[in-house]
Design a binder for this molecule. Structure first.
Ligand SMILES: N[C@@H](CCC(=O)N[C@@H](CS)C(=O)NCC(=O)O)C(=O)O
Length: 216
């Protein structure tokens, strides 16, 4: 099984299914492609149905899209419980992950993973201030607070134990840190900041960040 990803430093879409596969302790190799160069673009054209990464190659198929790969993992590794066991939590966990997967364009646009982005380290960018990004941050803070308050008693993740939404929100935590986003100024009572720090401290994420920086 092979996960094909973009450059670790920039490809937040690649980070998500990588985190999910790591949680499953899946036996997989990683191919990191330089998708921004002409050779990478030509290769993408050949191997990716959507011309995007990430891709998971398994049993002769190419599964594309980070959510589709995560759903495949939940099907293949049911014992890992990638979605919460409680039905109400599970329904909303899917909503939360899908909202992240399909939305927050203000945050994506203003807090992009540019060439100067260092995920960790001192070279951080100034906080964003636009209307769209502010709205997105307020929404994320409210969402995190509601889910943590309602379902988070069993552990430090969004729904207590680790689940797919945690993978989808990990790049958001990295953006919040990198862009020095003041969560309290966006309605946080400390819940969102604590959850952000939990995501940034995940051993798998630290491994990804270390690899990203070592190849940079
Ligand atoms: N919805 C897709 C988005 C994937 C995506 O946008 N991938 C970017 C890299 S992070 C890409 O492959 N870009 C290649 C290009 O724009 O040529 C997913 O979840 O996998």
């Amino acid at each position: 099984m092979e996960l094909i990803i973009g450059p670790r430093l920039y490809s937040t879409w690649s980070l998500r299914p990588w985190l999910v596969l790591k949680r499953c302790k899946a036996d997989f190799t990683v191919r990191e492609m330089d998708i921004y160069g002409p050779e990478g673009q030509a290769e993408l054209e050949k191997i990716s149905p959507s011309r995007l990464v990430p891709l998971l190659r398994v049993e002769g198929e190419t599964i594309w899209d980070s959510m589709a790969i995560s759903v495949w993992c939940a099907e293949r590794y049911p014992e890992v419980r990638l979605w919460p066991a409680d039905p109400h939590a599970r329904w909303l966990a899917r909503s939360a992950a899908c909202e992240m997967h399909g939305g927050f364009m203000g945050l994506r646009t203003e807090c992009g993973m540019g060439p100067d982005h260092t995920m960790v380290g001192p070279d951080r960018s100034p906080p964003p201030a636009g209307e769209a990004v502010t709205k997105d941050i307020r929404r994320i803070v409210a969402l995190w607070r509601e889910m943590r308050t309602r379902f988070g008693a069993g552990g430090p993740y969004l729904f207590g134990d680790w689940s797919v939404p945690d993978a989808f929100f990990t790049p958001v935590a990295a953006r919040f840190r990198h862009f020095q986003v003041d969560l309290a100024a966006h309605g946080d009572d400390g819940t969102a900041a604590a959850y952000r720090d939990t995501l940034l401290a995940q051993p798998d994420f630290l491994e990804w960040s270390a690899e990203a920086l070592s190849n940079h």
